[in-house]
Design a protein around this ligand. Structure first.
Ligand code: IFM
Length: 486
């Protein structure tokens, strides 16, 4: 089964050296990471407000209360995007800003913020790309059970209807969820993300209800949005590789692929949960009760584009019996695993690779392989790299500049990988750099800087880093400079 709408089949013929005509150049952010204004305009706490205000959950006790103050500075931020030549901007909506209790009528003041943001973007010639959910569930819905509860999917569909009604006339591309893997497995499995629960079976239940919510929202969006509006979901697909060619390591890779990737791509793109995932996890959930009649048909409603977020590959092995496992999976330290049913898998850092400030190995081939794997498994599916980028320990020089040659090299390598994948047949429609600006990096607070634009949090001054100027040049040329011009 293909998940592609035939009416938006590729319009262009990829060339080997340039990016395809119409390739979208963008940058991405998320509401809780940049907006601030946590208690303004009727907004109520989301699970991330509660989590970040809980002692010991976020590095340095940082919270998103103020973040990059984008709520008040969005006009200037849009002007900055315009100066940089961005063609598209991917943002997310804070659910509790527009529907504070997660149910019932919307708050106009909340909707107005997004209406004004979108109008400003359109005025600047920048295409808005709206994500409905980037991890910030209204706290009231978590208090009622959160994503492990089926009813949360119904609430999400109502919220999608509100947003489609408010912005449907001016937003041409919608994403239901950003990285539902993190919401389910870091939020309810390892607990390193909000709401911080460590319940393996709840994590799997959450994954199904996030899938269901995606499907329900797709139905709403299709019903309400004008013809031609693009719909998508963004997954952080893990580029899983076995450490050795042993059968045991191949099995570790299969397991992590199942609970890291196919738990979403299975139902969304094939209309079924993988049999091996069900076998690996049947001691934790009864899938026959969890998945109701009609769920899979709803979840597999075709998307126009699949968003892919990629940062680093995932290298795994099966440790010798009794050797214990490793939580070194790059997703934060916890005594609990975010891989239910596959706890006895060890994660490794690729040797001989440079690392980012997150200690993630830099490997552009991983992005190439991922795009090609998805293309092989789902032929004809249009793809969009909706996040890619790196954190480094950036600082402002005495001359007031931020030089970040490592980030430029990272972006160069990964964009070249996209180019290669396009030349080899992947239908990649665009690239969104993560992130437009430095922001609240979840459990790491403000200690990690992913932005192309530096944010001085004390003054909220924005300073485009050297990489922002480099990216701007790439966008203008619609091509990469020669490697020695990084
Ligand atoms: O900052 C996050 C983003 O919110 C989701 N994808 C990964 C980024 C870097 O960790």
């Amino acid at each position: 089964m293909t998940a592609v709408r035939p009416d938006i089949a590729p319009q262009w013929a990829p060339e080997a050296t340039d990016f395809p005509t119409g390739f979208v150049w963008g940058a991405a952010t998320a509401a809780y990471q940049i907006e601030g204004a946590a208690a303004e305009g009727g907004r109520t706490p989301s699970i991330w407000d509660t989590f970040s205000h809980t002692a010991g959950k976020v590095r340095n006790g940082d919270t998103g209360d103020i973040a990059a103050d984008h709520y008040h500075r969005y006009r200037d931020d849009v002007q900055l995007m315009k100066q940089l030549g961005l063609k598209a901007y991917r943002f997310s909506v804070s659910w509790s800003r527009v529907q504070p209790t997660g149910r019932g009528p919307a708050v106009e003041r909340g909707l107005d913020f997004y209406r004004k943001l979108v109008d400003e973007l359109l005025e600047a010639g920048i295409t808005p790309v709206a994500t409905l959910y980037h991890w910030d569930l209204p706290q009231e819905l978590e208090d009622a059970g959160g994503w492990p509860q089926r009813v949360t999917a119904d609430r999400f569909a109502d919220y999608a209807a509100i947003m489609a009604g408010a912005l449907g006339d001016r937003v041409g591309m919608w994403t239901t969820f950003n990285e539902p893997w993190c919401s389910a497995f870091l939020g309810y499995g390892s607990g390193v993300h909000a709401p911080g629960r460590t319940e393996a079976s709840s994590a799997l239940r959450a994954a199904h209800h996030l899938n269901l919510a995606h499907g329900r929202a797709m139905e709403v969006l299709r019903g309400q949005l004008p013809a031609g509006t693009q719909t998508s979901v963004t997954l952080n697909l893990h580029q899983v590789r076995p450490l050795t060619d042993s059968a045991a390591d191949a099995d570790a890779a299969r397991r992590i692929d199942a609970v890291g990737n196919r738990v979403f791509t299975g139902p969304m793109l094939r209309g079924e949960y993988p049999e091996d995932l069900i076998a690996d996890t049947s001691h934790l959930v009864d899938w026959s009760k969890l998945v109701h009649d009609g769920d899979l048909a709803a979840i597999s409603r075709p998307v126009d584009v699949l968003g892919i977020n990629y940062y680093t590959p995932t290298l795994v092995s099966t440790p010798a019996e009794g050797a214990g496992d490793s939580r070194n999976d790059g997703h934060g330290a916890s005594d609990y695993s975010p891989w239910p049913g596959s706890e006895h898998v060890a994660f490794h850092l690729a040797e001989g690779k440079q690392r980012t400030a997150m200690n993630w190995a830099i490997d552009p081939n991983g992005l190439y392989n991922l795009l090609m794997d998805v293309t092989r498994d789902h032929p004809g599916l249009p793809l969009m790299v909706t996040e890619n980028g790196a954190a480094f320990d950036d600082y402002v020089s005495p001359e007031g500049r931020v030089e970040d040659p490592e980030r430029i090299a990272y972006l160069h390598g990964h964009l070249a990988a996209v180019q290669r994948a396009v030349a080899d047949g992947a239908d990649v429609r665009g690239y969104f750099l993560w992130s437009l600006m430095d922001n609240f990096e979840w459990g790491y607070g403000y200690s990690k800087r992913f932005g192309a634009v530096y944010v001085d949090y004390a003054s909220q001054r924005r300073i485009p880093k050297a990489s922002a100027h480099w990216y701007s040049d790439v966008i203008r040329r619609h091509a990469l400079p020669p490697a020695d011009h990084s």
